[in-house]
Design a protein around this ligand. Structure first.
Ligand code: SNW
Length: 292
């Protein structure tokens, strides 16, 4: 006898009703039993949705994090975090572009599980979020036009200097370039448009992003690089989730130790000096090698 699956009207109705209930529960801010950020047996890292890690990022911080021609997120930070999330068993990383100024608050409020955008770890930001260990330490750089006459940060006095709101560059410029006129932008692309159209004289952003804009616009140059080694970039997570933090750190250090970090660094930052602290231990010359 041939088996047939019969769907009786009553069964169908019950299934539709159950699906509707589930949907309404989901749309009520994910309050399906466990609050976002709470760890349970099925969701040990307290993700908004187990099996997916929602990442707040930026669409225009090339080569750290940006969207390619197809609209997909890519870059050093994106590829490193995707690798780390996989190793940590967090599931699929789904990236969303945000304005930098709202990024940490969105992570703190559990709108996202993680913030990944070359976010420097500082004591001030630690009041809002927790961070993984650092994974990148570089420079804050001054991007200007070849014709601006600006050859160093000293030349910024009396000039209009762009900064993206909420960045370390904004804080640093306010403290160290008091005679520059700061012009605040929501993102790098709008600041660089303003630079190219002559409405600002320079833009202050991360070193590798400066290199990337110079490759795109040959009329631009890097006038100065200020070390920001005391604020290495880390992955930002909401406070009070030590399991997620530990899982990220274990996976991050594994990605450093097996050479994945180095491979991504060479891919995305070609020609940049190779920092030693994130390389496999055997390749760190500053670590004294035990004598035989
Ligand atoms: O502090 C540096 C770090 O040393 C490395 O060079 C990567 O960038 C930084 O984390 C600084 N980044 C800025 C910040 O954290 C801007 C971030 C952005 O534009 N995406 O505010």
């Amino acid at each position: 006898m041939k088996r047939r699956t019969l769907i009786r009207p009553a069964g169908l109705l019950a299934a539709v009703a159950a699906a509707a209930l589930l949907l309404s529960a989901c749309s009520a801010g994910g309050s399906t039993g466990s609050a976002a950020g709470a760890t349970t047996k099925d969701n040990p890292y307290g993700l908004i949705q187990a099996g997916t890690v929602r990442v707040a990022s930026l669409g225009d911080a090339k080569p750290y994090t940006f969207t390619d021609a197809k609209g997909d997120f890519t870059g050093f930070d994106v590829e490193l975090f995707t690798d780390v999330a996989k190793r940590a068993g967090l599931g699929k990383a789904v990236f969303t572009g945000q304005d930098f100024s709202g990024l940490l608050a969105a992570v703190a409020n559990h709108q996202f599980d993680v913030g990944v955008a070359a976010i420097g770890i500082t004591a001030d930001r630690k009041k809002t979020v927790d961070f993984s260990d650092g994974y990148l330490a570089g420079y804050l750089s001054v991007l200007t036009t070849k014709s601006s006459g600006i050859d160093s940060a000293k030349g910024l006095d009396g000039k209009r200097l762009g900064v993206v709101q909420g960045t370390l560059q904004e804080t640093y410029a306010a403290q160290h370039f008091p005679k520059a006129n700061l012009v605040r932008f929501p993102d790098n692309n709008s600041a660089v448009s303003a630079l190219n159209s002559g409405s600002i004289d320079a833009h202050f952003l991360d070193y590798e992003a400066v290199k990337s804009y110079i490759a795109q616009y040959p009329n631009l140059k890097d006038a100065d690089d200020i070390p920001s080694f005391d604020a290495p970039a880390g992955f930002a997570i909401a406070k009070g989730n030590p399991k997620l933090k530990a899982a990220l750190n274990t996976a991050l250090h594994a990605a450093m130790e097996d050479g994945t970090w180095k491979k991504l660094y060479q891919k995305w930052f070609p020609g940049s000096p190779m920092p030693e602290q994130y390389l496999p231990k055997a390749e760190q010359t500053s670590t004294p090698t035990p004598s035989k």
